[in-house]
Ligand binder design. Sequence first.
Ligand code: ADP
Length: 271
Amino acid sequence: IRAQVSPITGEKVRSQGAVIVCYDITEIRRLELLRTEFVGNVSHELRTPLTSIKGFVETLLDGASDVPHLRERFLNIIHKETLRLQRLVDELLTLSRIENQRQDSGQGMSKVQEAYEKIRPVIEPYAEAKKIELEIKIPRDLPEVGIGIDLLSQVLLNLMENAVKYTVKGKVWLHAFHDDGKILLEFGDTGCGIPEGDLPRIFERFYRVDKARSREQGGTGLGLSIVKHIVEGVKGKITVASELGSGSVFICELPTGNGEKKNEEESKEGN
Ligand code: ADP
Protein backbone atom coordinates (compact mmCIF):
# COMPACT_ATOMS: atom_id res chain seq x y z
CA ILE A 1 0.00 0.00 0.00
CA ARG A 2 1.51 3.34 -0.95
CA ALA A 3 0.27 6.89 -1.22
CA GLN A 4 -0.94 7.97 -4.66
CA VAL A 5 -2.73 10.93 -6.21
CA SER A 6 -6.31 10.18 -7.21
CA PRO A 7 -6.67 10.71 -10.98
CA ILE A 8 -10.22 11.99 -10.38
CA THR A 9 -10.06 14.31 -7.37
CA GLY A 10 -6.35 15.04 -7.31
CA GLU A 11 -6.28 14.22 -3.58
CA LYS A 12 -3.62 12.10 -1.97
CA VAL A 13 -5.07 8.65 -1.35
CA ARG A 14 -3.75 5.34 -0.20
CA SER A 15 -4.35 2.66 -2.78
CA GLN A 16 -6.10 -0.36 -1.33
CA GLY A 17 -5.43 -2.80 -4.12
CA ALA A 18 -5.32 -3.25 -7.84
CA VAL A 19 -7.69 -4.28 -10.59
CA ILE A 20 -6.22 -6.47 -13.29
CA VAL A 21 -8.32 -7.00 -16.39
CA CYS A 22 -7.25 -9.81 -18.72
CA TYR A 23 -8.81 -10.59 -22.08
CA ASP A 24 -8.18 -13.80 -23.93
CA ILE A 25 -7.74 -12.61 -27.52
CA THR A 26 -6.82 -15.99 -29.05
CA GLU A 27 -10.25 -16.31 -30.70
CA ILE A 28 -10.21 -12.68 -31.92
CA ARG A 29 -6.73 -13.16 -33.46
CA ARG A 30 -7.82 -16.42 -35.11
CA LEU A 31 -10.87 -14.72 -36.66
CA GLU A 32 -8.73 -11.78 -37.81
CA LEU A 33 -6.32 -14.15 -39.57
CA LEU A 34 -9.20 -16.05 -41.19
CA ARG A 35 -10.67 -12.78 -42.42
CA THR A 36 -7.35 -11.58 -43.89
CA GLU A 37 -6.88 -14.92 -45.63
CA PHE A 38 -10.47 -14.81 -46.89
CA VAL A 39 -10.10 -11.29 -48.34
CA GLY A 40 -6.86 -12.42 -50.03
CA ASN A 41 -8.58 -15.45 -51.60
CA VAL A 42 -11.59 -13.47 -52.75
CA SER A 43 -9.43 -10.75 -54.37
CA HIS A 44 -7.53 -13.43 -56.26
CA GLU A 45 -10.72 -15.19 -57.41
CA LEU A 46 -12.20 -11.89 -58.63
CA ARG A 47 -9.03 -10.70 -60.34
CA THR A 48 -8.54 -13.80 -62.52
CA PRO A 49 -11.78 -13.55 -64.56
CA LEU A 50 -11.54 -9.75 -64.63
CA THR A 51 -8.02 -9.86 -66.12
CA SER A 52 -9.21 -12.33 -68.70
CA ILE A 53 -12.28 -10.25 -69.66
CA LYS A 54 -10.17 -7.09 -69.86
CA GLY A 55 -7.60 -8.80 -72.12
CA PHE A 56 -10.14 -10.21 -74.58
CA VAL A 57 -12.16 -6.97 -74.79
CA GLU A 58 -8.96 -5.03 -75.55
CA THR A 59 -8.01 -7.56 -78.23
CA LEU A 60 -11.46 -7.25 -79.80
CA LEU A 61 -11.22 -3.46 -79.75
CA ASP A 62 -7.77 -3.67 -81.36
CA GLY A 63 -9.31 -5.27 -84.45
CA ALA A 64 -10.02 -8.90 -83.61
CA SER A 65 -13.73 -8.11 -83.84
CA ASP A 66 -13.30 -7.84 -87.62
CA VAL A 67 -12.30 -11.52 -87.83
CA PRO A 68 -15.57 -13.49 -87.42
CA HIS A 69 -14.19 -16.75 -85.94
CA LEU A 70 -11.97 -14.85 -83.44
CA ARG A 71 -14.83 -12.53 -82.48
CA GLU A 72 -17.09 -15.46 -81.67
CA ARG A 73 -14.42 -17.35 -79.73
CA PHE A 74 -13.43 -14.33 -77.63
CA LEU A 75 -17.02 -13.31 -76.93
CA ASN A 76 -17.71 -16.85 -75.70
CA ILE A 77 -14.74 -16.66 -73.34
CA ILE A 78 -15.89 -13.24 -72.06
CA HIS A 79 -19.39 -14.62 -71.52
CA LYS A 80 -18.06 -17.64 -69.57
CA GLU A 81 -15.85 -15.46 -67.37
CA THR A 82 -18.73 -13.05 -66.69
CA LEU A 83 -20.91 -15.94 -65.55
CA ARG A 84 -18.11 -17.09 -63.23
CA LEU A 85 -17.86 -13.60 -61.74
CA GLN A 86 -21.60 -13.45 -61.24
CA ARG A 87 -21.67 -16.82 -59.45
CA LEU A 88 -18.80 -15.75 -57.22
CA VAL A 89 -20.53 -12.51 -56.21
CA ASP A 90 -23.83 -14.37 -55.55
CA GLU A 91 -22.06 -16.88 -53.34
CA LEU A 92 -20.25 -14.15 -51.41
CA LEU A 93 -23.57 -12.42 -50.73
CA THR A 94 -25.12 -15.67 -49.50
CA LEU A 95 -22.14 -16.29 -47.25
CA SER A 96 -22.32 -12.84 -45.71
CA ARG A 97 -26.09 -13.22 -45.16
CA ILE A 98 -25.53 -16.51 -43.29
CA GLU A 99 -22.78 -14.92 -41.18
CA ASN A 100 -25.04 -11.99 -40.28
CA GLN A 101 -27.84 -14.32 -39.23
CA ARG A 102 -25.42 -16.21 -37.01
CA GLN A 103 -24.35 -12.95 -35.38
CA ASP A 104 -27.96 -11.80 -34.91
CA SER A 105 -28.84 -14.87 -32.87
CA GLY A 106 -27.07 -13.68 -29.75
CA GLN A 107 -23.59 -13.63 -31.29
CA GLY A 108 -22.87 -17.26 -30.52
CA MET A 109 -24.38 -16.95 -27.04
CA SER A 110 -26.14 -20.08 -25.79
CA LYS A 111 -29.89 -19.82 -25.26
CA VAL A 112 -29.44 -20.34 -21.51
CA GLN A 113 -27.04 -17.37 -21.41
CA GLU A 114 -29.49 -15.32 -23.47
CA ALA A 115 -32.31 -16.17 -21.05
CA TYR A 116 -30.14 -15.18 -18.10
CA GLU A 117 -29.28 -11.86 -19.80
CA LYS A 118 -33.03 -11.18 -19.97
CA ILE A 119 -33.61 -11.67 -16.25
CA ARG A 120 -30.29 -10.20 -15.13
CA PRO A 121 -31.77 -6.69 -14.62
CA VAL A 122 -34.24 -8.16 -12.09
CA ILE A 123 -32.07 -10.73 -10.31
CA GLU A 124 -28.80 -8.86 -9.90
CA PRO A 125 -30.14 -5.76 -8.09
CA TYR A 126 -32.36 -8.01 -5.91
CA ALA A 127 -29.37 -10.15 -4.84
CA GLU A 128 -27.19 -7.09 -4.39
CA ALA A 129 -29.76 -5.41 -2.15
CA LYS A 130 -29.74 -8.51 0.08
CA LYS A 131 -25.91 -8.81 -0.12
CA ILE A 132 -26.22 -12.29 -1.59
CA GLU A 133 -23.47 -13.56 -3.86
CA LEU A 134 -24.61 -14.69 -7.32
CA GLU A 135 -22.64 -17.36 -9.15
CA ILE A 136 -23.55 -18.04 -12.78
CA LYS A 137 -21.71 -20.76 -14.70
CA ILE A 138 -22.92 -21.34 -18.25
CA PRO A 139 -20.42 -23.04 -20.59
CA ARG A 140 -19.92 -21.22 -23.90
CA ASP A 141 -20.21 -24.44 -25.87
CA LEU A 142 -23.48 -25.58 -24.28
CA PRO A 143 -25.56 -27.39 -26.95
CA GLU A 144 -28.85 -25.80 -28.03
CA VAL A 145 -31.66 -26.40 -25.56
CA GLY A 146 -35.07 -27.54 -26.85
CA ILE A 147 -37.23 -24.79 -25.33
CA GLY A 148 -38.16 -21.28 -26.49
CA ILE A 149 -36.34 -18.29 -25.04
CA ASP A 150 -39.43 -16.76 -23.36
CA LEU A 151 -40.39 -19.94 -21.52
CA LEU A 152 -36.78 -20.56 -20.54
CA SER A 153 -36.47 -17.01 -19.15
CA GLN A 154 -39.64 -17.58 -17.12
CA VAL A 155 -38.17 -20.76 -15.59
CA LEU A 156 -34.93 -18.96 -14.73
CA LEU A 157 -36.79 -15.98 -13.29
CA ASN A 158 -39.13 -17.97 -11.03
CA LEU A 159 -36.42 -20.26 -9.66
CA MET A 160 -33.79 -17.58 -9.16
CA GLU A 161 -36.23 -15.11 -7.66
CA ASN A 162 -37.30 -17.78 -5.15
CA ALA A 163 -33.69 -18.63 -4.40
CA VAL A 164 -32.89 -14.99 -3.55
CA LYS A 165 -36.24 -14.50 -1.78
CA TYR A 166 -35.74 -17.45 0.61
CA THR A 167 -32.07 -16.74 1.32
CA VAL A 168 -30.91 -14.41 4.06
CA LYS A 169 -27.18 -14.67 3.55
CA GLY A 170 -24.73 -16.62 1.45
CA LYS A 171 -24.97 -17.59 -2.14
CA VAL A 172 -27.38 -18.27 -5.01
CA TRP A 173 -26.12 -20.06 -8.08
CA LEU A 174 -27.07 -21.22 -11.54
CA HIS A 175 -24.86 -23.87 -13.10
CA ALA A 176 -25.57 -25.27 -16.54
CA PHE A 177 -24.26 -28.62 -17.73
CA HIS A 178 -24.59 -30.94 -20.68
CA ASP A 179 -24.90 -34.60 -19.84
CA ASP A 180 -26.03 -37.65 -21.77
CA GLY A 181 -27.84 -35.64 -24.45
CA LYS A 182 -29.63 -33.45 -21.90
CA ILE A 183 -29.17 -29.93 -20.58
CA LEU A 184 -29.11 -29.74 -16.79
CA LEU A 185 -29.74 -26.46 -15.01
CA GLU A 186 -28.90 -26.43 -11.32
CA PHE A 187 -30.40 -23.61 -9.26
CA GLY A 188 -28.97 -23.60 -5.75
CA ASP A 189 -29.10 -21.44 -2.67
CA THR A 190 -27.85 -21.36 0.90
CA GLY A 191 -31.25 -20.24 2.14
CA CYS A 192 -33.81 -21.40 4.69
CA GLY A 193 -34.44 -24.77 3.03
CA ILE A 194 -37.74 -26.65 2.79
CA PRO A 195 -39.01 -29.15 5.39
CA GLU A 196 -38.94 -32.73 4.08
CA GLY A 197 -42.67 -33.14 4.55
CA ASP A 198 -43.44 -30.16 2.31
CA LEU A 199 -41.09 -31.12 -0.53
CA PRO A 200 -43.57 -33.31 -2.47
CA ARG A 201 -46.18 -30.52 -2.41
CA ILE A 202 -44.27 -27.34 -3.30
CA PHE A 203 -45.02 -27.70 -7.05
CA GLU A 204 -48.78 -27.68 -6.39
CA ARG A 205 -50.73 -24.54 -7.21
CA PHE A 206 -50.97 -22.09 -4.28
CA TYR A 207 -48.94 -24.35 -1.98
CA ARG A 208 -46.69 -22.40 0.34
CA VAL A 209 -44.60 -23.74 3.18
CA ASP A 210 -44.96 -20.78 5.49
CA LYS A 211 -48.12 -19.03 4.35
CA ALA A 212 -47.73 -15.88 6.40
CA ARG A 213 -44.05 -15.41 5.52
CA SER A 214 -44.53 -16.23 1.89
CA ARG A 215 -47.37 -13.72 1.55
CA GLU A 216 -45.28 -11.13 3.37
CA GLN A 217 -42.47 -11.76 0.84
CA GLY A 218 -44.91 -11.11 -2.00
CA GLY A 219 -45.34 -14.75 -3.02
CA THR A 220 -48.44 -16.11 -4.72
CA GLY A 221 -47.73 -19.82 -4.43
CA LEU A 222 -47.90 -20.15 -8.22
CA GLY A 223 -44.24 -19.73 -9.22
CA LEU A 224 -43.15 -23.35 -8.94
CA SER A 225 -46.31 -24.81 -10.48
CA ILE A 226 -45.67 -22.58 -13.53
CA VAL A 227 -42.07 -23.82 -13.71
CA LYS A 228 -43.19 -27.46 -13.52
CA HIS A 229 -45.81 -26.88 -16.21
CA ILE A 230 -43.29 -25.27 -18.58
CA VAL A 231 -40.57 -27.87 -17.99
CA GLU A 232 -42.87 -30.86 -18.39
CA GLY A 233 -44.44 -29.19 -21.44
CA VAL A 234 -41.13 -29.65 -23.28
CA LYS A 235 -40.75 -33.20 -21.92
CA GLY A 236 -38.24 -32.11 -19.28
CA LYS A 237 -38.11 -32.87 -15.58
CA ILE A 238 -37.72 -30.83 -12.41
CA THR A 239 -36.48 -32.20 -9.09
CA VAL A 240 -35.57 -30.63 -5.76
CA ALA A 241 -33.32 -31.52 -2.84
CA SER A 242 -33.34 -29.42 0.27
CA GLU A 243 -32.14 -29.32 3.84
CA LEU A 244 -33.87 -27.18 6.40
CA GLY A 245 -31.60 -24.34 7.47
CA SER A 246 -28.91 -25.13 4.85
CA GLY A 247 -30.42 -24.47 1.46
CA SER A 248 -32.10 -25.93 -1.60
CA VAL A 249 -31.11 -27.19 -5.02
CA PHE A 250 -33.59 -27.39 -7.90
CA ILE A 251 -32.50 -29.30 -11.00
CA CYS A 252 -34.19 -28.80 -14.35
CA GLU A 253 -33.49 -31.43 -16.95
CA LEU A 254 -34.27 -30.15 -20.44
CA PRO A 255 -34.00 -31.76 -23.86
CA THR A 256 -31.40 -30.58 -26.35
CA GLY A 257 -32.22 -29.67 -29.92
CA ASN A 258 -34.36 -27.26 -31.83
CA GLY A 259 -37.70 -28.98 -31.22
CA GLU A 260 -38.94 -26.05 -29.15
CA LYS A 261 -41.78 -25.02 -31.49
CA LYS A 262 -43.34 -28.46 -31.53
CA ASN A 263 -42.88 -28.87 -27.79
CA GLU A 264 -44.32 -25.47 -26.98
CA GLU A 265 -47.35 -26.11 -29.14
CA GLU A 266 -47.87 -29.37 -27.28
CA SER A 267 -47.53 -27.53 -23.96
CA LYS A 268 -50.14 -24.97 -25.08
CA GLU A 269 -52.51 -27.72 -26.15
CA GLY A 270 -52.11 -29.27 -22.71
CA ASN A 271 -53.38 -26.09 -21.03
P1 ADP B 1 -44.19 -18.38 -3.81
O1 ADP B 1 -44.80 -17.37 -4.71
O2 ADP B 1 -44.88 -18.48 -2.49
O3 ADP B 1 -42.73 -18.25 -3.69
P2 ADP B 1 -43.72 -20.80 -5.28
O4 ADP B 1 -44.66 -21.70 -6.01
O5 ADP B 1 -42.67 -20.15 -6.08
O6 ADP B 1 -44.58 -19.76 -4.51
O7 ADP B 1 -43.06 -21.64 -4.14
C1 ADP B 1 -43.86 -22.43 -3.29
C2 ADP B 1 -43.25 -22.49 -1.92
O8 ADP B 1 -42.06 -23.27 -1.95
C3 ADP B 1 -42.83 -21.14 -1.35
O9 ADP B 1 -43.90 -20.51 -0.69
C4 ADP B 1 -41.71 -21.50 -0.41
O10 ADP B 1 -42.25 -21.87 0.84
C5 ADP B 1 -41.10 -22.73 -1.03
N1 ADP B 1 -39.86 -22.43 -1.79
C6 ADP B 1 -39.75 -22.28 -3.11
N2 ADP B 1 -38.48 -22.06 -3.48
C7 ADP B 1 -37.76 -22.07 -2.34
C8 ADP B 1 -36.38 -21.92 -2.03
N3 ADP B 1 -35.45 -21.70 -2.99
N4 ADP B 1 -36.01 -22.00 -0.72
C9 ADP B 1 -36.91 -22.24 0.25
N5 ADP B 1 -38.23 -22.39 0.02
C10 ADP B 1 -38.65 -22.31 -1.25
